[in-house]
Design a protein around this ligand. Structure first.
Ligand code: KG4
Ligand code: ZN
Length: 358
């Protein structure tokens, strides 16, 4: 597929991101302004602050990305949901105005579809890889822990978490230990120093589903262990061995939970490829264990470049290109942002999604 060169904008949460992809999905620019420092004093993302930060960063990033583009832009892609409403609106309005003023087509991208597209991108100057027709895809982030079957690019959810997302549980346990937000990267680093067999943690299974998973019982057990051994607030500089052992054991249990449905899903759906994406797909142990799943099942495993696991605009640009190639578009005078998780961009097939599901 060679389509239009694409400007992509992502402002769904606390990273302002802008990218340019050529018509074959080659990444020409992938810029990011992190807001971690702005939100750090509050211990979490403050929605109003996120919107203001996006407003401040977006023009500069767009200018930088356009400067790096190797030709004319022919398409604008923007994340329209799900996410923080005010934050999304900044990107949607900016992208809509840009597209309208230049008479360019606009596509509204679902953030999840962006993550699903991320493993197919290359940051070393290569074209995006084509998606085979049957992809079994894990999305594990601060908001998602689900497996999808993407049939010719259309995702259908096969398994989900019934409570916390994997990243959310990592972040919460890290917070109790006094580790900086977001906890995932620090847990990844410190877990390498501990013994993953040292602390016995539960891996709860659901009585009514062999495929859905749960993280809250595991998270609570880890937090109880922290309190029982007075490890609250130990911090990242010189944590006691017991904290490192707990982190290694907890990380292993989280990865076990994420991968619990994998073998059954591969056997049932016979994918051409297994892919993983989302911030937690940066995790060292998860990447290694996915490789083992690939070896055991004989199915190729494809992971995104590390820089494209967490939120970025390159993935939104690629998802937008695939949507555009299917004839989807949005009206720049009418496009709105949608905060609900169940929301799908205009023209998208509705996914079955019971209320409150991530
Ligand atoms: O995809 P993402 O940037 O944002 C969401 O859409 O949620 O994912 C962020 C999540 C956070 O929970 C963060 O702690 C986690 O990804 N994360 C990691 C790692 N890097 C980021 N979790 C485990 N290991 C990592 N290396
Ligand atoms: Zn995300």
């Amino acid at each position: 597929m060679s389509g239009p060169r694409t400007l992509a904008v992502e402002t769904s949460c606390d990273e302002t991101a802008v990218a340019v992809l050529d018509g074959d999905g080659r990444v020409e620019a992938n810029l990011l302004a992190s807001q971690i420092a702005a939100h750090a004093p509050y211990g979490g993302v403050v929605p109003e602050l996120a919107s203001r930060e996006h407003l401040g960063s977006l023009p500069r990033l767009v200018e930088g990305a356009l400067g790096a583009a190797r030709g004319e832009i022919g398409l604008v892609a923007v994340t329209a949901g799900p996410g923080l409403l005010g934050a999304l609106l900044v990107g949607v309005r900016f992208a809509s105005a840009f597209a309208w003023a230049r008479g360019l087509p606009l596509v509204a991208v679902d953030h999840l579809h962006g993550h699903l597209a991320s493993p197919f991108l290359d940051l070393d100057g290569g074209a995006a890889r084509a998606m085979p027709s049957r992809v079994l895809a894990l999305v594990a982030s601060g908001g998602h822990s689900s497996w999808y079957l993407c049939l010719d690019g259309e995702p259908r959810r096969l398994s989900r978490t019934r409570d916390d997302a994997a990243g959310e549980s990592l972040d919460k346990v890290a917070q109790v230990l006094g580790l900086p937000y977001p906890g995932g990267p620090v847990v990844d680093r410190l877990a390498r120093l501990g013994d993953p067999g040292a602390v016995d943690l539960p891996r709860p299974r659901l009585a009514d589903s062999a495929l859905d998973v749960s993280f809250s019982g595991l998270k609570s057990a880890a937090i109880r262990f922290v309190r029982a051994h007075r490890l609250e607030g130990v911090g990242e500089d010189d944590p006691p061995m017991l904290a490192l052992d707990l982190l290694a054991s907890f990380e292993r249990a989280v990865v076990d939970q994420l991968l619990a449905p994998a073998a059954e899903l591969v056997a049932e759906h016979r994918p051409d490829l297994i892919a993983a994406s989302g911030g937690v797909a940066a995790n060292t142990l998860l990447r290694r264990r996915l490789g083992l799943v690939g070896e055991a099942t004989g199915v190729e495993v494809l992971l995104p470049p590390l820089a494209l696991t967490t939120d970025n605009a390159a993935m939104i640009g690629r998802a937008g290109q695939l949507d555009h190639a299917r004839g989807r578009s949005a009206d720049p005078r009418r496009l709105d942002a949608h905060a609900r998780r169940a929301w799908q961009p205009p023209g998208m097939r509705k996914l079955p999604s019971p209320g409150g599901v991530r």
